[in-house]
Design a protein. Structure first.
Length: 188
């Protein structure tokens, strides 16, 4: 599977002033704001080519500065939790969801980029019928794990035909295995 990590940053803090009552994606700023445990989590950025999840202060300040244009009356107070982490992404920006070809009982749901939590409920609902009952959901066709072709060959997706870039070296994968009926609770 062709995956690459992009580093994202977030800050979670209590603050003074009004905060959103539900999650927001600030499109122009490319920042997300989520009410969180009495405070606010602000996240953003997507650094391709990052080698580890180590955080740097400058990108976190950048994310916070972009959000402040939309939250002019909110000011973080007290200690803040600053995080940096790797987000799985694919060459065509679509997640990889479905049965892994050639590996019966092996399924994957990975590569959502910055939309992992957003897409998780819909992904789980569609993948559940495949994992539990063996029924393919037609909605999963664009996200098929085999859409990139054989290992070592360039993917022939619409993204590439429309001028998208080549998959970068170093793509990695993540998978989930269905429990075997003869060994309840244990992967097959």
């Amino acid at each position: 599977m062709r995956l690459r990590a992009g580093k994202g940053y977030s800050i979670t803090a209590l603050g003074t002033g009004p905060v959103p009552t539900h999650p927001l994606k600030l499109i122009e700023a490319n920042v997300a704001c989520t009410p969180f445990d009495g405070g606010l989590r602000i996240s953003g950025m997507f650094e391709l080519g990052a080698r580890d999840g180590a955080g740097r202060a400058r990108p976190i300040r950048h994310v916070l500065r972009r959000a402040r244009r939309y939250l002019p009356d909110w000011t973080p107070t007290g200690p803040a939790v600053r995080l940096a982490g790797m987000r799985p992404a694919t060459p065509d920006s679509l997640p990889i969801i479905g049965a892994v070809p050639g590996h019966p009982g092996l399924f994957t749901a990975t590569g959502p980029g910055t939309l992992g939590l957003t897409l998780a409920p819909a992904t789980a609902a569609l993948l559940a019928s495949l994992v539990l009952d063996g029924r393919d959901a037609p909605e999963l066709a664009p996200f098929a794990p085999d859409r990139f072709g054989r290992a070592g060959h360039r993917a022939r997706t619409d993204h590439h035909r429309l001028g998208g870039g080549h998959p970068a070296p170093g793509w990695v994968g993540a998978v989930v295995r269905r429990a075997r009926p003869d060994r309840p609770g244990r992967p097959g």
